[in-house]
Ligand binder design. Structure first.
Ligand SMILES: [Cu+2]
Length: 208
């Protein structure tokens, strides 16, 4: 009775540890915001200029001081020229900026947000611009738009926060997956070890 009870207790504790380990390691992976919609959408062929460009993520963004520090929504043409004033508005899960484009062609949108867990998340996508007849094309800027002097982009054009676009998002996702799998393997290992220990104690001669 006593030995059996002890074994159950140890096994139960092992399962508890396993569950806690998995939950602890899996939680950060769920906290990163990711893109769920955008205007224009990735690889879309845009034939009319919308009033705003936007990127919407899966959860409320962390606009700490209310001035969109660390957020960015940049639009570049295939020659690397920037369009728009660089001003970004944060609205719940969405960032927005006034839309401006030049002549027709391939464009790249680079976005950066502060995730719900305070981490910087960034990525980019392309779209094609086919302006309607008579469209007044904006002239692009060689320098990163700084929202009328209110932003301080670094030399590479990466906005405040410093994460490298595209690679940062991939790295975060990969790291989360590795951590999750590692946690699951560790948890199973702990459970097996605890079971072996508990079982070995009931062998003849063994004392609990
Ligand atoms: Cu994070």
């Amino acid at each position: 009775m006593s030995i059996r009870f002890t074994r159950s207790l140890v096994a139960g504790f092992g399962v508890l540890v396993a569950v806690v380990v998995v939950l602890t390691l899996a939680a950060p992976a769920q906290a990163h915001n990711y893109l769920i919609a955008s205007t224009p959408s990735a690889n879309e062929t845009l034939t009319e200029l919308p009033p705003l460009f936007s990127v919407t993520t899966n959860g409320t963004l962390l606009n700490i001081d209310g001035n969109a520090a660390g957020f960015a929504l940049q639009v570049r043409d295939s020659a690397g020229l920037y369009y728009g004033d660089g001003c970004v508005t944060v609205d719940g899960p969405t960032i927005l900026t006034g839309a401006a484009l030049g002549v027709g062609g391939r464009y790249t949108v680079t976005w950066q947000v502060i995730s719900t867990d305070a981490h910087t998340v960034s990525d980019s996508f392309d779209f094609t611009w086919q302006p309607p007849a008579g469209f007044a094309a904006s002239s692009g800027s060689k320098t990163v738009p700084d929202c009328h002097g209110t932003l301080k982009p670094n030399a590479t054009g990466t906005p405040l926060g410093g994460a490298t676009p595209a690679t940062a998002a991939v790295d975060n996702g990969t790291l989360a997956t590795v951590l999750w799998i590692g946690g699951a393997v560790l948890a199973v290992g702990v459970a097996v070890l605890v079971t072996i220990l508990a079982t070995s104690r009931k062998k003849p001669g063994g004392k609990a």
